[in-house]
Write a protein that binds this ligand. Structure first.
Ligand code: NAI
Length: 351
């Protein structure tokens, strides 16, 4: 079997940093296992021509949300022997799930592998915006001491109203981490939590539009599906409180690119942060890089070294089961047996 992993470049020291498992040089630590089992592993960084040159005889593509291969119909057309697409991480929106289902290609991701990593990053970015951290840091680096300028846009998180859009694994972990900050919390999701879980997390259900009108801070943790693409359009962004903060560590395409730039330039929101973009890698002139009052990072929240270990182990487990002809871990499956079965995606693909 031929397995092609398209992973981010690890840089010149990657080979000396074996714990940086997720880069092409270290190939998720899979080489010994795959080759020992008599299969071929190709690890590359180019999801374009180089990947295409391998597709005619590729059986499994491994990709990652941080450096995604967009596994479109065109890519699948070039890979007649493709049996599985595995995501080293969480979120399979970079795969055309409907086409994969039609062709009985299995799609799986490593559910839960980086949910703590993302929750920590989201809390960090909420505080970064609310406390006005980046301008404060830049003041230090530039040799200044303008307390008034920084303090005029710096707040306490305590007593603010926070809205969590998407109360799945990450959303719930964000709520648990924010509860000790003594905030009022609401959440929106397709599913309601039990009253016991709501009480434990300190968050109450609210429909999306009232939540957006009510909250000082909104953090997005829903999956990207045909229903959530562009969910935060100009109208929804404008419906948020003036001076509110928006954080998005889910997927860039949930927020409309140009609408956000306009809203930030008009000063309607006080800040935007997150680590997800569309497309990725974000081109050097992506307008979110230069819009005012943002605290964006590249897509790194879910790829801490601990997360890399967890998702590498998960991919290894998938491949070993695949080689043995066994069913993959049910929690990992997004497309299986010709159907979209992943819980966060399936309703969006019901015909
Ligand atoms: P999850 O499946 O546990 O939670 C997703 C939640 O979104 C579910 O509760 C689901 O009901 C809800 N949802 C989906 N569509 C919805 C809609 N139309 N309206 C309302 N709610 C909707 O997934 P998890 O682990 O919490 O991850 C969430 C997303 O975060 C992933 O799909 C992925 O896109 C993103 N992610 C980003 C990472 C990063 O590095 N920045 C890493 C991991 C995940």
């Amino acid at each position: 079997m031929k397995i092609v992993a398209v992973l981010y470049p690890g840089g010149p020291n990657a080979k000396d940093t074996p714990e940086l498992l997720g880069c092409a040089e270290n190939a998720l630590g899979l080489r010994e296992m795959v080759e020992g089992a008599g299969h071929e592993l190709v690890a590359i960084t180019d999801p374009g021509d180089e990947l295409d040159s391998h597709l005619p005889d590729t059986n499994v593509i491994i990709t990652t949300p941080f450096w995604p291969t967009y596994v479109t119909k065109e890519k699948m057309d070039k890979a007649p022997g493709l049996q599985a697409v595995l995501t080293a991480g969480v979120g399979s929106d970079h795969v055309d799930l409907a086409v994969a289902a039609e062709r009985n290609i299995t799609v799986a991701e490593i559910t839960g592998s980086n949910v703590v990593s993302v929750a920590e990053h989201a809390v960090m970015q909420i505080l970064t915006l609310v406390r006005n951290y980046f301008p404060s840091y830049e003041e230090v680096v530039s040799g200044g001491w303008d307390i008034g300028k920084i303090a005029a846009r710096s707040h306490d998180l305590e007593d603010k109203t926070v809205g969590i859009v998407g109360m799945g694994r990450i959303g719930q972990r964000v709520a648990a981490r924010l509860k000790p900050f003594d905030v009022t919390m609401y959440y929106y999701d397709l599913m309601h939590l039990s009253t016991v879980d709501e009480a434990a997390l300190g968050a109450r259900y609210m429909r999306l539009d009232p939540l957006l009108r009510a909250c000082d801070v909104v953090t997005i943790h829903i999956s990207l599906t045909p229903q959530t693409r562009g969910l935060f359009d100009r109208q929804r962004l404008l419906s948020m409180k003036k001076g509110a903060y928006l954080i998005n560590t889910a997927r860039g395409a949930i927020v409309e690119t140009d609408a956000l730039v306009e809203i930030m330039e008009e000063g309607h929101l006080a800040g935007y942060a997150g680590d997800v973009w569309f497309p990725q890698p974000a081109p050097s002139d992506h307008p979110w890089r230069s819009m005012p009052n943002h605290a964006m990072t590249p897509h790194v929240s879910g790829t801490s070294l601990e997360a890399q270990k967890r998702y590498s182990d998960g991919i290894s487990d998938c491949l070993q089961r695949f080689f043995a002809g066994e069913q993959l871990d049910r929690d990992y499956l997004i497309v299986d047996g010709g159907r979209v079965v992943g819980a966060a995606y399936s309703y969006a693909y019901q015909s």
